[in-house]
Write a protein that binds this ligand. Structure first.
Ligand code: F3S
Length: 402
């Protein structure tokens, strides 16, 4: 890989061990993937924030890097942590877990990273533009940034994202290169897509079939809401490892030029039924309803508050979101409406990366195909999958009806 004089000096340790370590990671990755050079990034999103996933070894690695004086050079935000950083006590998280999680967050603060823990950073101030190079780690956010915003990122790991933040650059390969961004799979959608759960089921089916290919959708009606697009991308990233998709006449790159390779495979989606079947278990009683995967938008919080006004819940309800949106919900009175029904707006975390088994949760309803895909293995729970209304009705009744 060709490095500038300054980059060589960093690699040799002339600007300190913190930067040297970051540069070593970037150069190693660049060499593995055949990058020609490094390119500046506009922003970074770091994963590996929840202590549940990080563990003591990950925390020690971070701490050592922070001790060496590493500081981020560009706007950097974090993926969800393992708990709401403010309300953890009232929500039942153990002090021992909380103490470790807070140490992880304060370690990131030493890198100059604000405690903004969200998988939808694009809703709260980390919003890259069309064509901008970024280094993001969370799979659903990577998909949204590449596809809906038209920014350019590979799916970074936690250490490589942090290395990019410390240097302000990333290795120039993969989705950073124009030639790698065209679709090699045509998806012809020939069924009705009513709501976010349908988009999630579609994403689940497509991701399962195409793995890490790039899909090009035809037959999606104009204009799906931002919430439906985030559900689609998150599901494809979870059931497969799709990091970029195009939709005819909708996503920015597909509007500007032909993004479908001549030599492509084709998949037809005639029905979503198989997706719903695979994402559902047969459990009826619901301990918890989880909404906001990826983190809820303002509109999603508003819809929940309006549906729950004057109602009472039998099951625990979490709407997970970025902490600034949770704060707006508090200020605007939406949180009160949800709390009066018995639900929580939960900032900073999500049920997949938090230790919900310790809260006694054994069965879950969700409108997120990503959560439905991960929850059985990550959280050891039975899952019911449906749209927002079905999930909220399940929280009200304590059971999921068809
Ligand atoms: Fe976000 Fe957690 Fe879902 S990180 S995409 S809410 S699994």
């Amino acid at each position: 890989m060709e490095l500038s004089k300054e980059e060589e000096e960093i690699l040799e340790g002339k600007q300190g061990v913190a930067k040297q370590k970051a540069m070593e990671i970037l150069v190693a990755l660049g060499n593995i993937y055949g990058a020609e050079n490094l390119i500046p990034v506009a922003s970074v999103q770091v994963s590996g924030v929840s202590y549940k996933n990080l563990g003591d070894a990950g925390f020690e690695f971070l701490q050592e890097w922070a001790d060496s004086g590493a500081i981020t050079q560009v706007l950097t935000t974090l993926n969800p942590a393992g708990m709401d950083l403010e309300q953890w006590e009232s929500m039942g998280f153990s002090p021992s877990f909380a103490q470790k999680q807070l140490c992880v967050i304060s370690c990131f603060s030493r890198f100059g990273i604000p405690p903004l823990c969200s998988c939808t950073p694009y809703l709260v101030g980390n919003l890259p533009l069309l064509g901008q190079h970024i280094a993001w780690a969370e799979s659903s956010a990577v998909s949204f940034a590449n596809s809906v915003l038209g920014a350019r990122t590979n799916r970074e790991g936690g250490p490589s994202a942090l290395a990019a933040a410390i240097i302000g650059k990333t290795a120039n390969y993969g989705f950073h290169l124009e030639r790698n961004r065209k679709a090699n799979y045509l998806i012809q959608v020939k069924c009705l897509l009513k709501d976010e759960a349908d988009f999630g089921a579609l994403g689940y089916l497509v991701g399962k079939k195409i793995g890490s290919s790039i899909p090009y959708f035809k037959g999606i009606p104009e204009f799906p809401s931002m919430e439906k697009l985030k559900a689609l991308g998150a599901a494809m990233a979870a059931s497969g490892s799709v990091a970029l998709y195009h939709i005819e006449n909708i996503t920015p790159e597909a509007k500007m030029q032909n993004m479908l390779l001549e030599n492509h495979e084709t998949m037809q989606i005639l029905s979503l039924q198989e997706g719903y079947e695979k994402l559902n278990s047969s459990c009826k009683d619901i301990d918890m309803v989880s909404l906001g995967c990826p983190h809820a938008s303002w509109e999603e919080i508003r819809q929940v508050a309006s549906y729950l006004e004057g109602k009472k819940l039998k099951s625990r309800l979490w709407i997970t979101t970025a902490s600034p949106l949770a704060a707006f919900a508090r200020r605007s009175g939406l949180e009160k409406k949800i709390q009066n029904a018995g639900g929580f707006i939960v900032g900073d975390t999500c049920m997949i990366v938090s230790p919900i088994q310790d809260l006694g949760v054994r069965s879950l309803a969700t409108n997120s195909a990503k959560a439905a895909c991960y929850a059985p293995s990550h959280c050891n729970v039975n899952v019911r999958y449906g749209n927002l209304k079905q999930c909220l009705d399940a929280a009200i009744e304590g059971s999921f009806s068809e």
